[in-house]
Design a protein around this ligand. Structure first.
Ligand code: C6P
Length: 414
């Protein structure tokens, strides 16, 4: 665990809730119960004010100007990179590539690392639990290179079948790309073990941490992953921000993906040379305010402590799971032994979309659908689930309101 995450902090739910202005609003005349945090989380006032301050006081492009505003913006931007580096315990800022989100981070690895190293017949291992963002970029890469995808199946509980994984690993395995926590079921995958096994075959490992960073401690050095991807907006930061962590030696060897300003050292029509890490992968003007805001979001999370958040949410999920078991006709999809923050379910006789609409009229926001994880739905032979996803600012009272709303919906369809 890194130094920041070890800090002792106090978890004060009322104080936390007071920091999120949107939590005081009403929906259809009722207090908002926001249980769609896996899609995106809300932003504390500290993040909102950071964005506001940037635009009011020092809006400017970075790495380009010598004037005061540009220097202030550059310093704040690079300071945010350091905060991100410390938050996931990377060893140098050069390993922190700022992107627009998890999706872009994965595409970057596919098109740079993947396209430059994979050959026809090479194998990429994915799992049945993946979000489309961790499937489609690899399919595109396979079309380009002739590499092939192998899939680790899941059991009825929604856990990866590790024996099958071990069987899939082999001398042609070049890359394993697996999520840390499943967005559709909440399964926490044994990523440390997955990485260790892949490395014994000299395969590289990309972890899709989109659902993990706001819910558990992430230490990329302890995990020993080769790449780790996440989005700022699920971590109480702005949309349009994201991170690709990569081991320095790998990133050094990888060609650039997008070309443009800031990623070059010299340009002539005959030859262009590229900038050093991390800028080699950061073409064009980035979401400057957003990255600075993500830094503020990380400061915020650190004042509470990611371990304290994780412990709190574990209790809340247990409470929600126990409450759900009392609802007639409610079946939880995804019952892994190790789960985080997500309760996916179906109701007898009610389509998830109808349920979502009824819950909205009770002020309760959940997501319904395939959650961009169609292979998971196929595994359970269902078109969709309803999904309540929790964050650190949710309470047991909110879970009670959610359960009451589900009961009310079942009365409507009786
Ligand atoms: N899942 C959900 O409601 P972006 O869109 O790039 O920020 O994140 C994509 C992504 C990748 N991997 C996982 C595991 C994810 O959960 C997500 C985003 C949201 O579940 C929106 S589909």
């Amino acid at each position: 665990m890194n130094a920041v995450n070890k800090q002792k902090t106090v978890f004060d739910i009322n104080k936390i809730r007071a920091d999120f202005p949107v939590l005081t609003r009403k929906v259809h005349g009722l207090p908002l119960v926001y249980l769609d945090n896996a899609a995106t989380s809300h932003k504390p006032i500290q993040v909102i004010e950071t964005l506001d301050r940037y635009y009011r006081e020092y809006n400017s492009n970075i790495h380009r100007g010598v004037h005061t505003l540009s220097e202030e913006a550059t310093a704040a931007y690079e300071n945010a990179r350091q905060k991100i580096r410390r938050f996931i315990n990377a060893s140098t800022d050069k390993e922190i590539i700022l992107t627009s989100g998890t999706t872009e981070s994965i595409n970057l690895v596919a098109q740079s690392f993947g396209r430059s190293t994979l050959k026809a017949g090479d194998e990429i291992i994915l799992s049945q639990l993946e979000h489309h963002s961790n499937i489609v970029p690899w399919q595109i890469l396979c079309e380009q290179t002739g590499a092939v995808i192998k899939v680790v199946p899941i059991n009825d509980a929604g856990e990866l079948e590790l024996e099958q994984y071990e069987r899939l690993l082999g001398p042609r395995t070049r890359l394993v790309a697996i999520n840390h926590i499943s967005n559709a079921l909440g399964t926490i995958n044994p990523v440390r073990k997955i990485i260790e096994l892949a490395h014994s075959y000299q395969a590289k490992v990309l972890i899709d941490g989109a659902q993990a960073v706001a819910h558990c401690v992430v230490d990329v050095q302890a995990l020993d992953c080769d790449f780790y991807c996440f989005s700022g907006h699920k971590l109480f930061g702005p949309t349009g921000t994201g991170v690709l962590y990569g081991k320095r030696a790998l990133l050094e060897a990888m060609p650039p993906w997008k070309g443009g300003g800031d990623m070059i050292r010299t340009v002539t029509f005959e030859k262009t040379t590229y900038n050093e890490l991390p800028y080699k992968f950061e073409a064009g003007t980035p979401h400057i305010a957003g990255v600075i805001g993500l830094g503020a979001a990380i400061d915020y999370v650190n004042t509470i402590g990611i371990q304290a958040i994780s412990d709190y949410e574990t209790g809340l999920l247990e409470y929600a799971t126990a409450a759900a078991s009392t609802v007639k006709g409610m079946k939880i999809i995804g019952t892994a032994r190790h789960k985080a923050s997500i309760l996916s379910f179906v109701m007898d006789g009610i389509h998830p979309h109808d349920l979502g609409t009824i819950l909205d009229h009770h002020g309760v926001a959940i997501r319904t659908g395939h959650h961009c994880a169609m292979p998971v739905m196929d595994r359970y032979a269902i078109p969709a689930t309803a999904r309540a996803s929790l964050a650190m600012y949710n309470t047991r009272e909110e879970v009670d309101k959610f359960i009451m709303a589900v009961n009310a919906a079942s009365q409507v369809f009786k």
